[in-house]
Ligand binder design. Structure first.
Ligand SMILES: [Ca+2]
Length: 313
């Protein structure tokens, strides 16, 4: 099988960083065509910088990184320094990047890549708010049918919300963009909080990252140490969830996940439930399925995969 060709759209974020490292450590399964940064966990200037820090940590300064949209389509930007720290990558001490940011806008890169590559050969992997993807679809509707698949982290059904009582962060930050993406008709696979809240960095798993003994393992252990302090206080669980690597792990080992092909719609009007992913898990609406909504993960297999691949870096 040839490698899946992907564009990673991201707002790093420690968990984004692990997702990117996993992709770059897995060239047999994943070819990263480029990385587009978006405003989300922290403002765009930081996510565009952090994406390059992570590429350099992976020993891949050749990867093209583009800055995309600096704010949601129509709402004020909400960020999450309370989770990720003021830089977005708090935890490890990593040097400022030397590799350049590409001149082109991230949205233009997405459009041009989908037009240039054979139809049905490029997968989009959004790890943050869906602003860049929605903007690309809005500016160039001809690219929509050329997308192979969208595999994204966002939303929740049983776990409901993590930024408001009703909404998951990525969808909440730009619900209008999410609405455009979920209505586009592209095959979508959703790594929701229902999955990611089962992917907990326990002490044993954190120790395993550190025991790899290379720079990437040490940095990932320091990242998960950092956000664990917040998540343990919030969830009272036995470790912090590692959200975004579920996306890149799925491209390598889809059998780690199970879910249902269901209808998912986005709340864009009610302030109380803004950004809620209304997922028809029980099939009660009669609405057409538009997303593969994941519900379970083999978390031991997931962490074994990440640890094995980080050791290659
Ligand atoms: Ca993210």
């Amino acid at each position: 099988m040839s490698a899946r060709r992907i564009i990673i759209d991201t707002d790093p974020g420690q968990d984004d960083a692990v997702a990117i490292l996993l992709a770059l450590a897995s060239p047999e399964e994943i070819e990263v065509l480029g990385i587009t940064a978006v405003a989300g966990n922290v403002p765009l200037s930081l996510t565009a910088k952090n994406a390059r820090i992570v590429c350099e940590l992976a020993g891949r300064p050749d990867v093209k990184v583009f800055a995309g949209c600096d704010r949601p389509l129509s709402r004020r930007l909400v960020t999450a320094e309370h989770v990720h720290g003021e830089t977005g990558l708090n935890g490890p001490k990593l040097p400022d990047p030397e590799m350049p940011l590409q001149d082109r806008h991230g949205v233009d890169f997405i459009i041009e890549t989908l037009r240039a590559e054979p139809a049905g050969t490029v997968t989009l992997c959004p790890l943050g708010p869906l602003t860049n993807i929605a903007m690309a679809f809005r500016l160039a509707p001809d690219i929509i049918e050329r997308v192979q698949e969208i595999v994204l982290m966002g939303g929740a059904y049983f776990e409901v919300g993590n930024i408001t009582p009703a909404a998951e962060f990525n969808i909440y930050v730009d619900p209008q963009a999410a609405d455009i993406v979920f209505r586009a008709g592209v095959p979508i696979t959703v790594m929701s909080l229902d999955v990611t809240h089962q992917a907990l960095v326990t002490k044993e798993r954190n120790d395993a990252f550190r025991a790899i003994g290379n720079r990437a393992g040490e940095a990932v252990a320091a990242m998960t140490d950092f956000f664990e302090r917040f998540d343990l206080a919030k969830y009272g669980s036995k470790g912090a969830p590692l959200h975004d690597p579920c996306v890149t792990a799925y491209l390598i080992r889809p059998e780690l996940f199970t879910g249902r092909h269901i209808n998912v719609e986005i709340e864009t009007r009610s302030e109380l439930t803004m950004g809620m992913t209304v997922a028809d898990w029980w099939g009660v609406s009669g609405r057409e399925p538009n997303a593969m909504f994941m519900g379970t993960i083999d978390s031991d297999g997931f962490f074994a995969l990440i640890t094995e691949r980080l050791a290659r870096l």
